[in-house]
Design a protein around this ligand. Structure first.
Ligand SMILES: Cc1ncc(COP(=O)(O)O)c(C=O)c1O
Length: 404
């Protein structure tokens, strides 16, 4: 009989480089909960736990698809009706698109991962905004590639510093990530900044990964696709039903590769990779058709609710001594800053806030910002009354923390 060893099974080294602060911090929140304190989870951008409802005609489309027997694998790039609906949607947003350049994905997340896998070799670089949405750095860690962080400037409404981006471009640069409207900063880039980003990508022949998942959630109404400003630029657009259609758990997303011969090889590479993962969830692709071809009136109400919460958030946080916040104009995130005493970090503040008040937000260093700068991301999807209580608690805690 062989004797068994008690040695732990080794874990791949890439796990060491993989961090996902938005979810990692939940472990600490569970500890706080176990001690009997109620935790308010303002860490994840999911509207559903806060009472927002998936439009009924989308639920109907999914259940009908299941009842009608659409429960098998779909073609790897997706069902033709969904690809056609995405192509029509992007065309109407100013990005001329053909259905055969659209791939249905398990959320924006899988689209981003497929595109990065198709574009980026180990040891090469991708230009990523700071603060960033952490998926980008997480996927790059898996690939063994490096994020090169470009600045976005809170004193200029979190707009990207295009000259800084230019200074980071080199022979190893494989892609430029643009998140617009932006998570975590809650801003929309004006057309001149968008044009500069596109011109830079075009000049260096770098593909732009345009994360447009919040494109319908600017409070003043949907923003055009980035590619609408230049049909020849190498742009890949990503979005999903997660945010503007209130169905994040369905994992119903898509990517669309700009109609440009320069991107044909990348499109072929993405299709190959998509074959390897079989398909995106099938019944949910039927909901994409219903969403993009159907009634969108829920978005008006959702945008109005977000605008109200954004105004409450920036006015209350800016009234706290030692705290400042750029007012959001899109999505459901704000990125306030607390003026930390020397030697303290954003994590000290956020963990202190959690333990003292049960309010869970995510420290700015989880989005790539320096820990001593004192930024944090607040998800403001809770109702205004609850948000008022949260900001009362933050005001009291901040006063104690800063000793004011
Ligand atoms: C900027 C950004 N991109 C992508 C995603 C992922 O979205 P999905 O649920 O479509 O994968 C999110 C989710 O919060 C996000 O904020």
């Amino acid at each position: 009989m062989t004797t068994r060893t008690a040695a732990a099974i080794p874990v791949a080294s890439r796990i060491g480089g993989f961090v996902y602060a938005i979810r990692n911090i939940v472990a600490e929140a569970r500890t706080v909960e176990a001690s009997g304190r109620k935790v308010r989870y303002l860490n994840i951008g999911d509207p559903i736990p806060f009472g927002f409802r998936t439009p009924p005609h989308l639920i109907e489309a999914v259940t009908r698809a299941m009842r009608d027997g659409h429960n098998g694998y779909t073609p790897s790039p997706g069902i033709p009706a969904a690809r056609a609906a995405v192509a029509a949607e992007l065309t109407s947003r100013g990005m001329p698109m053909d259905a055969d350049r659209v791939i249905m994905t398990s959320g924006t997340s899988e689209g981003i991962e497929l595109a990065l896998q198709a574009l980026v070799d180990p040891g090469t670089e991708v230009l990523v905004p700071v603060p960033t949405y952490p998926l980008y750095t997480a996927v790059l860690a898996k690939i063994g590639a490096r994020p090169r962080y470009y600045r976005t400037d809170p004193s200029r409404g979190w707009l990207p510093d295009v000259e800084h981006i230019r200074s980071l471009v080199n022979a190893d640069t494989r892609a430029l990530v643009v998140i617009d409207p932006n998570n975590p900063a809650g801003v929309v880039y004006p057309a001149d900044v968008r044009r500069q980003l596109i011109a830079l990508a075009d000049e260096y022949n770098i593909p732009v990964l345009a994360d447009e998942v919040y494109g319908d959630l600017a409070y003043d109404g949907p923003v055009p696709a980035l590619a609408s400003l230049d049909h020849e630029a190498p742009i890949i657009s990503f979005s999903s039903l997660s945010k503007a259609y209130l169905a994040p758990g369905w994992r119903a997303g898509w990517l669309a590769v700009g109609r440009n011969e320069r991107l044909d090889g990348v499109l072929a590479g993405i299709k190959k990779l998509a074959d390897g993962r079989l398909c995106a969830p099938g019944p949910m692709q039927h909901a994409v058709v219903a969403a993009l071809n159907g009634d969108r009136s829920h978005q008006m109400a959702f945008r109005a609710a977000l605008r109200e919460r954004a105004q409450l958030t920036s006015s209350r946080l800016n009234a706290i001594p030692g705290m400042s916040c750029v007012p959001p104009v899109a999505a459901f995130y704000a990125m306030p800053k607390v003026d930390l005493p020397p030697g303290r970090t954003d994590e000290d503040y956020v963990l202190g806030l959690l333990r003292a008040t049960g309010v869970l937000v995510v420290y700015g260093s989880g989005f790539g910002l320096p820990a001593e700068q004192g930024f944090m991301r607040v998800v403001f999807l809770a109702n205004p009354k609850e948000l008022g209580e949260v900001y009362d608690a933050m005001a009291e805690f901040t006063r104690d923390f800063l000793g004011r």
